[in-house]
Design a protein around this ligand. Structure first.
Ligand code: ZN
Length: 469
């Protein structure tokens, strides 16, 4: 069994919206209360209250009605959040990560989770429990839940990217295949993660490979950065100075910026999910049962200058890996993480070190190998599978290469690679007249359509006096 979560927007009236925000704000109050209680205890040198049971006892002592419309299940989910955060921080500090902090920051709005049996979903209407004595709260989802109704385990109400939404979590069984079509764990594919190609996948025998292009994702990042810069420049004058309360106009500006940020994040996330889905679908078709993924997270620790640092951040390696692992787990494919150092500068055919190619093509000076750089890296990674799942070193990689593009839904990808937010190219009437061409040689007689027919001047029938180049 694996757990999957889908984020679903809400279609709600203004009053329902107010009540939802009320719940989130009450959850923020619960969180703040726990922080406050523990601050007192710290001052008295007492043990902090971090255990879930202990916190629940404190909540019960506060009595009903303390936290507005929030019911005890919702309030306990906040306590569970706190308890988990506290114990994970304690464990990591014990393991020597002294920079990890305990939860100390207050938040205005906290997500609230309700587990199975406390909420009901009928069609697209979800009924959220509220405290005793409060009217029931039913909200409308903007799309049906993408899981079978009996697999849904919990819902979480939250405010993300400037919108109210719910996260629906379901417990799904690992995919079952008909006999003879299930993925074979001995069939290994190497996966190379990258920026231009989010996934380059190659089977260990060198027969099949898959390249997913991520240029649309990179373009989305770049255009978003350019848009953000322009917007900041245009609205900077409205920003309040220090200690000043922002104007209503400024609040609207901030809200707009938040919505655009959220849209950008959703676009990139969606594209990554589609790319990973392509990879897993391809692997199932090839009956690949093991992914060996080169883990490039080591490069994040190296300072690379401000431009390349930005590129690396936008790459979102951790998220890409997580998405691939989740989808592979659901499809019943094992995932190994291996060191990817040197794979893009090693010849897959003769295994000798060569200088890292600048472009996308790798040619080996020692043997006759020539091929795609990322696919070559994927072959080399496939050979690093632990417990020696591969027996023969790959022969000259070739075979069938499948090409796919990630982010096909991003603006302008369908018609051209160019982003439609850019200005359309100028027409010939204004400005440039196009490539300069040599003037035609002086014709004998007039070439104007209204003048004489040029054919009259030809010496022999069918021969032209001037041929256009
Ligand atoms: Zn070679």
């Amino acid at each position: 069994m694996v757990h999957r979560t889908a984020r679903i927007g809400l279609r709600i009236t203004r009053a329902q919206r107010q009540r939802c925000f009320g719940l989130l704000r009450s959850a923020g109050d619960v969180w703040a209360c726990v922080l406050e209680v523990n601050a007192w205890r710290r001052r008295r040198r007492d043990k902090p209250a971090a255990g879930f049971q202990e916190l629940c006892r404190l909540l019960a002592q506060s009595g009903p009605g303390t936290f507005g419309e929030l019911d005890s299940v919702g309030a306990r989910s906040v306590l569970r959040n706190y308890s988990d955060a506290w114990f994970s921080a304690a464990a990591r500090r014990k393991a020597g990560h002294s920079q990890v902090r305990f939860p100390r920051r207050r938040r205005g709005l906290m997500p609230v989770r309700w587990y199975h049996g406390t909420f009901t979903v009928t069609g697209q209407v979800m009924r959220i429990p509220t405290a005793r004595g409060c009217p029931p709260l039913a909200v409308r989802l903007d799309r049906p839940i993408p899981y079978p109704a009996d697999t849904v385990r919990s819902v979480t109400l939250l405010f993300a990217d400037g919108r109210l939404c719910v996260d629906v979590t379901a417990e799904l069984p690992v995919t079952v295949y008909p006999a003879g079509q299930e993925p074979d764990p001995r069939r290994v594919a190497g996966v190379d993660l990258g920026i231009i190609h989010p996934f380059a996948v190659a089977t260990a025998d060198g027969e099949h490979s898959l390249l997913v292009s991520g240029r649309a994702i990179r373009a989305e990042h770049r255009m978003h950065l350019a848009d953000t810069k322009t917007r900041r420049r245009a609205t900077a004058a409205r920003a309040p100075s220090k200690g000043e309360r922002g104007s209503r106009r400024w609040r609207k500006t901030r809200r707009r910026a938040r919505l655009i940020e959220g849209r950008h994040r959703r676009r990139v996330r969606q594209a990554l999910h589609e790319a990973a889905k392509t990879v897993v679908g391809w692997a199932v078709h090839q009956r690949v049962g093991t992914f060996t993924v080169g883990d490039p997270r080591g490069v994040l620790d190296l300072p690379a200058g401000r431009r390349h640092n930005l590129r690396l951040r936008q790459w979102q390696i951790g998220r890409t890996l997580q998405i691939l692992q989740d989808k592979a787990a659901l499809a019943g494919i094992r995932v190994h993480l291996v060191d990817e150092r040197g794979t893009s500068s090693t010849c897959p055919a003769c295994h000798r070190r060569i200088s890292k190619p600048r472009g996308r093509n790798m040619t080996c000076p020692h043997c006759a190998f020539a091929g795609h750089r990322d696919l070559a890296a994927a072959y080399t990674i496939a050979g690093r599978t632990p417990d020696g799942a591969t027996t023969t070193p790959p022969a000259t990689p070739g075979g069938m290469v499948t090409h796919r593009r990630a982010g096909r839904h991003l603006p302008g990808v369908a018609r051209a690679r160019r982003d439609p937010r850019r200005r359309p190219p100028r027409t010939a009437t204004e400005g440039s007249v196009g490539r300069r061409r040599p003037a035609p040689p002086p014709a004998v007689g007039s070439r104007s359509p209204n003048g004489e027919d040029p054919q009259l001047h030809r010496t022999t029938p069918g021969e032209r006096s001037w041929t256009p180049h």
